[in-house]
Design a protein around this ligand. Structure first.
Ligand code: CDP
Ligand code: CDP
Length: 218
Protein backbone atom coordinates (compact mmCIF):
# COMPACT_ATOMS: atom_id res chain seq x y z
CA UNK A 1 0.00 0.00 0.00
CA UNK A 2 2.99 2.33 0.39
CA UNK A 3 3.00 2.53 -3.44
CA UNK A 4 -0.39 4.26 -3.27
CA UNK A 5 0.13 8.04 -3.03
CA UNK A 6 -1.31 10.08 -0.18
CA UNK A 7 -1.63 13.85 0.14
CA UNK A 8 -1.92 14.79 3.81
CA UNK A 9 -3.58 18.04 4.90
CA UNK A 10 -3.08 18.89 8.56
CA UNK A 11 -3.79 22.10 10.44
CA UNK A 12 -5.85 23.80 13.13
CA UNK A 13 -9.63 23.82 13.26
CA UNK A 14 -11.50 25.65 10.47
CA UNK A 15 -8.40 26.31 8.40
CA UNK A 16 -10.29 24.72 5.49
CA UNK A 17 -8.78 21.21 5.60
CA UNK A 18 -12.01 19.31 4.96
CA UNK A 19 -13.16 21.57 2.15
CA UNK A 20 -9.78 21.54 0.44
CA UNK A 21 -9.27 17.77 0.91
CA UNK A 22 -12.64 17.09 -0.66
CA UNK A 23 -11.97 19.35 -3.65
CA UNK A 24 -8.46 17.97 -4.22
CA UNK A 25 -9.83 14.43 -3.98
CA UNK A 26 -12.45 15.26 -6.60
CA UNK A 27 -9.88 16.86 -8.90
CA UNK A 28 -7.59 13.82 -8.75
CA UNK A 29 -10.32 11.16 -8.51
CA UNK A 30 -8.90 9.93 -5.19
CA UNK A 31 -10.50 8.77 -1.95
CA UNK A 32 -10.80 11.23 0.93
CA UNK A 33 -10.32 10.54 4.64
CA UNK A 34 -11.84 12.99 7.11
CA UNK A 35 -9.98 11.66 10.14
CA UNK A 36 -11.57 14.24 12.45
CA UNK A 37 -14.90 12.53 11.80
CA UNK A 38 -13.57 9.40 13.55
CA UNK A 39 -12.72 11.41 16.66
CA UNK A 40 -16.10 13.17 16.46
CA UNK A 41 -17.87 9.78 16.08
CA UNK A 42 -16.01 8.53 19.12
CA UNK A 43 -17.16 11.61 21.03
CA UNK A 44 -20.77 11.08 19.96
CA UNK A 45 -20.66 7.40 20.92
CA UNK A 46 -19.22 8.36 24.30
CA UNK A 47 -21.91 10.95 24.91
CA UNK A 48 -24.79 8.79 23.71
CA UNK A 49 -23.46 5.74 25.55
CA UNK A 50 -23.24 7.61 28.82
CA UNK A 51 -19.50 6.79 29.05
CA UNK A 52 -17.37 8.88 31.41
CA UNK A 53 -15.18 10.96 29.03
CA UNK A 54 -12.39 10.91 31.63
CA UNK A 55 -12.21 7.09 31.51
CA UNK A 56 -9.45 6.65 28.86
CA UNK A 57 -9.78 2.91 28.50
CA UNK A 58 -13.58 2.93 28.25
CA UNK A 59 -13.34 5.63 25.57
CA UNK A 60 -10.63 3.70 23.69
CA UNK A 61 -12.77 0.59 23.81
CA UNK A 62 -15.66 2.52 22.22
CA UNK A 63 -13.27 3.91 19.58
CA UNK A 64 -12.07 0.42 18.70
CA UNK A 65 -15.61 -0.87 18.26
CA UNK A 66 -17.18 2.01 16.28
CA UNK A 67 -19.72 0.63 13.85
CA UNK A 68 -19.33 3.26 11.13
CA UNK A 69 -19.95 3.46 7.43
CA UNK A 70 -18.86 6.38 5.21
CA UNK A 71 -21.02 6.71 2.14
CA UNK A 72 -20.51 9.87 0.10
CA UNK A 73 -21.48 12.74 2.39
CA UNK A 74 -23.32 10.45 4.76
CA UNK A 75 -21.84 8.98 7.91
CA UNK A 76 -23.64 6.11 9.57
CA UNK A 77 -23.01 5.20 13.20
CA UNK A 78 -24.72 1.98 14.28
CA UNK A 79 -27.25 2.44 11.48
CA UNK A 80 -28.01 6.12 12.16
CA UNK A 81 -27.01 8.96 9.79
CA UNK A 82 -25.08 11.26 12.13
CA UNK A 83 -23.25 13.41 9.54
CA UNK A 84 -24.92 16.62 10.73
CA UNK A 85 -24.90 15.79 14.43
CA UNK A 86 -21.14 15.25 14.67
CA UNK A 87 -20.53 18.81 13.39
CA UNK A 88 -21.95 20.41 16.56
CA UNK A 89 -19.34 22.42 18.48
CA UNK A 90 -19.83 20.51 21.77
CA UNK A 91 -19.01 17.30 19.89
CA UNK A 92 -15.91 18.95 18.37
CA UNK A 93 -14.78 20.00 21.82
CA UNK A 94 -15.38 16.54 23.28
CA UNK A 95 -13.58 15.04 20.27
CA UNK A 96 -10.55 17.17 21.01
CA UNK A 97 -10.66 16.04 24.66
CA UNK A 98 -10.74 12.30 23.86
CA UNK A 99 -8.23 12.73 20.98
CA UNK A 100 -5.59 13.49 23.61
CA UNK A 101 -5.70 9.86 24.84
CA UNK A 102 -2.97 7.62 23.39
CA UNK A 103 -5.12 4.44 23.52
CA UNK A 104 -7.90 6.21 21.60
CA UNK A 105 -5.46 7.27 18.86
CA UNK A 106 -4.06 3.73 18.73
CA UNK A 107 -7.57 2.28 18.41
CA UNK A 108 -8.27 4.45 15.34
CA UNK A 109 -4.95 3.97 13.54
CA UNK A 110 -5.66 0.86 11.43
CA UNK A 111 -9.08 2.16 10.49
CA UNK A 112 -7.50 5.33 9.09
CA UNK A 113 -4.79 3.48 7.14
CA UNK A 114 -7.45 1.26 5.53
CA UNK A 115 -8.60 4.31 3.54
CA UNK A 116 -5.41 4.11 1.48
CA UNK A 117 -6.73 2.65 -1.75
CA UNK A 118 -5.71 3.06 -5.40
CA UNK A 119 -5.41 5.40 -7.17
CA UNK A 120 -4.71 7.63 -4.16
CA UNK A 121 -5.92 9.24 -0.93
CA UNK A 122 -6.27 12.77 0.39
CA UNK A 123 -6.31 12.65 4.20
CA UNK A 124 -7.09 15.58 6.49
CA UNK A 125 -6.62 15.95 10.22
CA UNK A 126 -3.92 16.82 12.75
CA UNK A 127 -1.42 13.97 12.45
CA UNK A 128 -1.93 12.62 8.92
CA UNK A 129 1.61 13.63 7.88
CA UNK A 130 3.33 13.07 11.21
CA UNK A 131 1.86 9.74 12.41
CA UNK A 132 -0.72 8.06 10.20
CA UNK A 133 0.89 8.43 6.74
CA UNK A 134 4.51 9.45 7.45
CA UNK A 135 5.55 8.18 3.99
CA UNK A 136 3.09 10.46 2.12
CA UNK A 137 4.83 12.05 -0.88
CA UNK A 138 3.07 15.41 -0.35
CA UNK A 139 2.28 16.91 3.05
CA UNK A 140 0.40 20.18 3.44
CA UNK A 141 0.17 22.22 6.64
CA UNK A 142 -2.89 24.43 6.16
CA UNK A 143 -3.15 27.42 8.48
CA UNK A 144 -5.18 30.64 8.77
CA UNK A 145 -5.44 33.36 11.41
CA UNK A 146 -7.68 32.53 14.37
CA UNK A 147 -9.90 35.49 13.42
CA UNK A 148 -10.39 34.22 9.85
CA UNK A 149 -11.07 30.72 11.15
CA UNK A 150 -13.62 31.85 13.73
CA UNK A 151 -15.45 33.92 11.10
CA UNK A 152 -15.53 30.99 8.69
CA UNK A 153 -16.78 28.59 11.33
CA UNK A 154 -19.43 31.09 12.47
CA UNK A 155 -20.75 31.45 8.94
CA UNK A 156 -20.59 27.72 8.32
CA UNK A 157 -22.52 26.86 11.51
CA UNK A 158 -25.21 29.44 10.79
CA UNK A 159 -25.61 28.10 7.25
CA UNK A 160 -26.20 24.66 8.73
CA UNK A 161 -28.89 26.03 11.03
CA UNK A 162 -26.84 25.89 14.26
CA UNK A 163 -26.58 28.91 16.52
CA UNK A 164 -23.13 30.49 16.66
CA UNK A 165 -21.51 33.44 18.33
CA UNK A 166 -18.18 34.83 17.17
CA UNK A 167 -16.74 35.70 20.59
CA UNK A 168 -17.58 32.26 21.96
CA UNK A 169 -16.14 30.55 18.91
CA UNK A 170 -12.91 32.55 19.16
CA UNK A 171 -12.54 31.50 22.78
CA UNK A 172 -13.30 27.81 22.10
CA UNK A 173 -11.00 27.81 19.10
CA UNK A 174 -8.06 29.18 21.05
CA UNK A 175 -8.63 26.57 23.76
CA UNK A 176 -8.91 23.74 21.23
CA UNK A 177 -5.81 24.90 19.31
CA UNK A 178 -3.86 25.01 22.54
CA UNK A 179 -5.03 21.53 23.58
CA UNK A 180 -4.27 20.04 20.12
CA UNK A 181 -0.79 21.62 20.03
CA UNK A 182 0.35 20.86 23.55
CA UNK A 183 -0.83 17.27 23.98
CA UNK A 184 1.74 14.48 24.35
CA UNK A 185 0.31 12.07 21.74
CA UNK A 186 0.44 13.29 18.13
CA UNK A 187 0.31 17.02 18.83
CA UNK A 188 -0.70 19.30 15.98
CA UNK A 189 2.49 20.32 14.19
CA UNK A 190 3.80 20.55 10.65
CA UNK A 191 5.35 17.26 9.50
CA UNK A 192 8.98 17.40 8.39
CA UNK A 193 9.01 18.53 4.76
CA UNK A 194 5.42 19.80 4.87
CA UNK A 195 4.44 22.73 2.65
CA UNK A 196 2.71 25.40 4.70
CA UNK A 197 -0.17 27.25 3.05
CA UNK A 198 -1.72 30.25 4.83
CA UNK A 199 -5.28 30.53 3.54
CA UNK A 200 -6.28 33.60 5.62
CA UNK A 201 -6.51 35.63 2.43
CA UNK A 202 -6.97 32.86 -0.13
CA UNK A 203 -10.19 31.71 -1.75
CA UNK A 204 -11.05 28.01 -1.72
CA UNK A 205 -10.18 27.77 -5.42
CA UNK A 206 -6.79 29.41 -4.93
CA UNK A 207 -6.01 27.06 -2.04
CA UNK A 208 -6.99 23.98 -4.06
CA UNK A 209 -4.82 25.20 -6.94
CA UNK A 210 -1.86 25.68 -4.60
CA UNK A 211 -2.13 22.05 -3.44
CA UNK A 212 -2.56 20.68 -6.98
CA UNK A 213 0.40 22.78 -8.06
CA UNK A 214 2.64 21.21 -5.42
CA UNK A 215 1.39 17.78 -6.50
CA UNK A 216 2.04 18.33 -10.20
CA UNK A 217 5.55 19.61 -9.47
CA UNK A 218 6.67 16.66 -7.31
O1 CDP B 1 -13.23 20.43 11.70
P1 CDP B 1 -12.34 20.70 12.87
O2 CDP B 1 -10.94 21.04 12.46
O3 CDP B 1 -12.91 21.60 13.88
O4 CDP B 1 -12.21 19.39 13.69
P2 CDP B 1 -11.97 17.95 13.18
O5 CDP B 1 -10.90 17.89 12.17
O6 CDP B 1 -13.29 17.36 12.84
O7 CDP B 1 -11.40 17.27 14.50
C1 CDP B 1 -12.06 17.35 15.76
C2 CDP B 1 -11.01 17.09 16.83
O8 CDP B 1 -10.48 15.78 16.66
C3 CDP B 1 -9.79 18.02 16.76
O9 CDP B 1 -9.91 19.15 17.60
C4 CDP B 1 -8.64 17.15 17.22
O10 CDP B 1 -8.46 17.23 18.60
C5 CDP B 1 -9.09 15.76 16.91
N1 CDP B 1 -8.37 15.20 15.76
C6 CDP B 1 -7.14 14.63 16.02
O11 CDP B 1 -6.67 14.65 17.14
N2 CDP B 1 -6.43 14.03 15.01
C7 CDP B 1 -6.91 14.02 13.77
N3 CDP B 1 -6.21 13.42 12.82
C8 CDP B 1 -8.15 14.63 13.48
C9 CDP B 1 -8.85 15.23 14.50
O1 CDP C 1 -11.82 21.04 8.06
P1 CDP C 1 -11.56 22.35 8.71
O2 CDP C 1 -12.11 22.45 10.08
O3 CDP C 1 -10.11 22.75 8.69
O4 CDP C 1 -12.27 23.47 7.85
P2 CDP C 1 -13.54 23.40 6.84
O5 CDP C 1 -14.71 22.88 7.56
O6 CDP C 1 -13.13 22.74 5.57
O7 CDP C 1 -13.71 24.94 6.49
C1 CDP C 1 -14.32 25.85 7.37
C2 CDP C 1 -15.10 26.87 6.55
O8 CDP C 1 -14.19 27.78 5.94
C3 CDP C 1 -15.96 26.28 5.43
O9 CDP C 1 -17.25 26.87 5.48
C4 CDP C 1 -15.23 26.68 4.16
O10 CDP C 1 -16.11 26.90 3.09
C5 CDP C 1 -14.55 27.97 4.57
N1 CDP C 1 -13.32 28.28 3.82
C6 CDP C 1 -13.13 29.53 3.29
O11 CDP C 1 -13.99 30.38 3.46
N2 CDP C 1 -11.98 29.84 2.60
C7 CDP C 1 -11.02 28.94 2.44
N3 CDP C 1 -9.92 29.25 1.76
C8 CDP C 1 -11.19 27.66 3.00
C9 CDP C 1 -12.37 27.35 3.69
Amino acid sequence: SSMIPVITIDGPTASGKGTIAHRVGQALGWSVLDSGALYRLTALAVRDGGIDPADELAVASIAGRLDVCFDGGRIWLAGRDVAAQIREEPIGNLASQVAAYGPVRQALLARQRAFRRAPGLVADGRDMGTVVFPDAPLKIFLVASVQARAERRCKQLKEKGFSANLAGLLQDMRARDERDRSRIHAPLSAAPGAKTIDSSNLTIDATVDAVLDYWSRL
